[in-house]
Each structure stands twice: as structure tokens, then as C-alpha cells.
Ligand binder design. Structure first.
Ligand code: KG4
Ligand code: ZN
Length: 344
């Protein structure tokens, strides 16, 4: 079965073709970073308009890369949510129209489920059950995963998502949007321990996170330090160290609590090298194996949507024929493939 994946939930148009027999056949991405950078954040209307321009040409490029015609597509998966409503509607409308024209099944997939399954595209995929730390621009979740669609959310952020905290802190430090990667580069030049920021909510039991207080702590440092480059780097370092150590503490707790032998780290912040290294140590302490998607599949991409869609379409799941998006969609509402259509 060959599945076309369409990702349009935010500021990246991602398209891919995944084959059950041969794995990933092709993937293409168009990033809108240049469009939004001058506004310091994503402008939803501009995002939707750009997705409209990009989706069909990128599909044609993927088909060309894979040496296939449109008729070779057996099923179509698109991101139904969570994400920006207008941006999601672009992917949903095109997926639905193609499905109608080609007479193929269409399925709306959950963006965070797709992030969670992204390491399955790598040569050494994790085994169920595993703990997943999902850290993206919109979500921060610690999840106990028994199988596809069998998720128990152990904890989540009560306020800002991890990526959002990176982006806001980067902005405070004068770095361009999106700031995660830039902040990581600045932190690499910073002296450790010049500033010490709190490790939020680690002093109480449970798995929830809170990053808005950390941002306030950064504001206080930046007030003194903004003009001085080494000090800015030290603030970036202190922020990153605080986030990484908070994730290390909560992830260790989740591994102990669940006894899982595998850890998955996915989502845009999962591209952060300091986080990857620290969580590798945490997993090793517990004899657990850690699985990361390749860097390009940490941030938004079409491959993870094609793969998640494949897993469910191959099990016979498919949507009714309407254009359907869910800008807010809790991961805990999902069912295992075969237990019914994805919740709508
Ligand atoms: O998963 P993603 O591409 O989009 C969402 O689903 O939200 O995540 C984007 C987020 C942004 O906040 C970005 O700044 C952050 O991931 N990010 C990073 C790094 N690369 C991307 N944060 C920290 N370190 C990085 N290397
Ligand atoms: Zn994402």
C-alpha cells in the first residue's frame, strides 16, 4: 500500500510517499520561515495562503522522485489537527479532493501521533511499550505508549510548550524567529552556571511541566544583560540547561514509573543536541534504549504523516467523505487502529 502524506498544520508544507513494502519513497518540505520571520511569529493567514500554493507542486515532485503516477497512490493521509484551522483546512481540502478524484480512502491523522511515530521511520525503531517525550512548538507531553493509538498521557505543560518557551526566550535575547535552533547555537558559547534558573515543578510529584515562570526568570536576567554578548550567551545556556534538566528529571521519573525499556523523543525541540545527549544518559542509567527521529523528521514533515496514515489506513480505517479539521484535539481521544474511526 502506498500512502500520500500531507502536512499543513503550521508553517511547513510537508509531503511524502510511504510504501508498506518499501518504506519511505520520497519526501519534500517547504518551510515558510522567511515569510513569517519579519513578523516575529507565524501569521496564520499567510501560512494558509502559502500552503495553497505549495501542496500540489510538492506532491508532483514527490511522485517524480519516486517514479510514480498519481494512480499509484492507494490512500491519502493529511494532518487533521491540532494546528492552525485555516492551514489545516488547506491540507484537508486537497486530500479530500484528491481522494474523491482518484477514488482512494482518505484519513485525517493526529499531528502529535505522527511525531510520536516518526522514529519508526529509522533503521533501529523502538519497541512497544515505550515512553514518549513529545516536545514541539505547540505541545509538551510525556506519554506511556502501549501501541499505536494506545496512549496514556502521564503529564503535559500547564502553560507554554517547550518550543514556545525556546522561541520566546530567543526573542528576548534578540534572536530571529523561530529561535530554538538559534538559541541552541548561542547557548553553546555560553559559560555554564553564570546564571542559575529554576527547574520548574521538579520538586513535586507527577509528570506535568510549566515553562512560563522560566521565561519570567529569563526576563529578569536579560534586563541586566542584553547588550553584553558573553552574558547573553550565558543566559541562553542557563535557560537551555534548565529545560534539559527538567526534562531529564521528569523522563527519568516516567521510565521508573512505567518500567518501559524504550524511550522516544520527538517533536521540534527533540532536535536539540544538549537534550538528546542528556536523555541518552538518562535512558542508559535505566538500561533503556532511546530512539530519535533523524533531525529533519523532528520538526514538522510529511513523512511522519504518511507513516501514521499508513498504519491506520492499512488497518482499514478511513474517514467519512467530509472536510474535517480539529485545531484542538487531545491525543488521549485516539483509539487503536481497528477500534473504530479516529474521533471526530
Ligand atoms: O514540531 P515542530 O516543528 O512544530 C510543532 O509541531 O510545533 O516544533 C517547532 C519548535 C519551535 O518552537 C522551534 O523553535 C523548536 O521546535 N526547535 C528547537 C530546535 N529546533 C527546533 N528547540 C530547541 N532546539 C532546537 N535545536
Ligand atoms: Zn509538529
Amino acid at each position: 500500500m502506498i500512502v500520500l502524506g500531507i502536512e499543513t498544520s503550521c508553517d511547513e508544507t510537508g509531503i511524502a510517499l510511504y510504501s508498506g513494502a518499501d518504506g519511505l519513497l520520497a519526501h519534500r518540505l517547504h518551510s515558510q520561515v522567511d515569510t513569517h520571520a519579519r513578523y516575529g511569529g507565524v501569521v496564520p493567514e499567510l501560512a494558509s495562503r502559502d500552503h495553497i500554493r505549495r501542496v500540489l507542486p510538492l506532491i508532483d515532485e514527490c511522485l517524480r522522485d519516486a517514479g510514480l503516477e498519481r494512480g499509484a497512490i492507494d490512500g491519502i493521509a493529511y494532518t487533521r489537527g491540532p494546528g492552525l484551522a485555516g492551514a489545516l483546512l488547506v491540507g484537508a481540502s486537497i486530500a479530500r479532493s484528491l481522494g474523491w478524484a482518484l477514488e482512494r480512502p482518505v484519513l485525517g491523522v493526529h499531528h502529535m501521533e505522527a511525531h510520536l511515530l516518526a522514529p519508526m521511520l529509522e533503521p533501529d525503531p523502538p519497541c512497544y511499550p515505550f515512553v514518549a517525550l513529545l516536545v514541539s512548538g505547540g505541545h509538551t507531553l510525556l506519554v506511556q505508549v502501549a501501541g499505536i493509538g494506545r496512549y496514556r498521557v502521564l503529564g503535559e505543560s500547564l502553560d507554554d510548550a517547550a518550543g514556545e518557551a525556546f522561541d520566546k526566550t530567543a526573542k528576548l535575547l534578540g534572536l530571529p524567529y523561530p529561535g530554538g535552533l538559534q538559541l541552541e547555537a548561542l547557548a553553546a558559547q555560553g559559560e555554564p552556571d553564570q546564571f542559575r534558573l529554576p527547574r520548574p515543578m521538579t520538586d513535586r510529584p507527577g509528570f506535568d511541566f510549566s515553562f512560563s515562570g522560566l521565561k519570567t526568570a529569563v526576563v529578569n536576567c536579560v534586563r541586566e544583560a542584553i547588550d553584553d554578548a558573553p552574558t547573553r550567551a550565558a543566559v541562553a545556556r542557563a535557560f537551555q540547561d534548565a529545560v534539559v534538566e527538567t526534562f531529564a528529571i521528569k523522563t527519568r521519573r516516567a521510565l521508573v514509573h512505567t518500567g518501559a525499556g524504550h524511550l522516544v523523543v520527538a517533536g521540534g525541540v527533540g532536535a536539540n543536541q544538549a537534550l538528546r545527549e542528556r536523555l541518552r544518559e538518562v535512558a542508559a542509567e535505566h538500561g533503556a534504549q532511546v530512539a530519535y527521529p533523524r533531525l529533519a523528521f523532528c520538526t514538522d514533515n510529511g513523512a511522519m504523516i504518511a507513516y501514521a496514515g499508513f498504519c491506520r489506513l492499512a488497518a482499514g480505517e478511513c474517514d467519512e467523505g467530509r472536510v474535517d479539521v480539529r485545531p484542538r484535539w487531545p491525543l488521549s481521544e485516539l483509539l487503536a487502529p481497528g477500534e473504530g474511526p479516529a474521533a471526530s
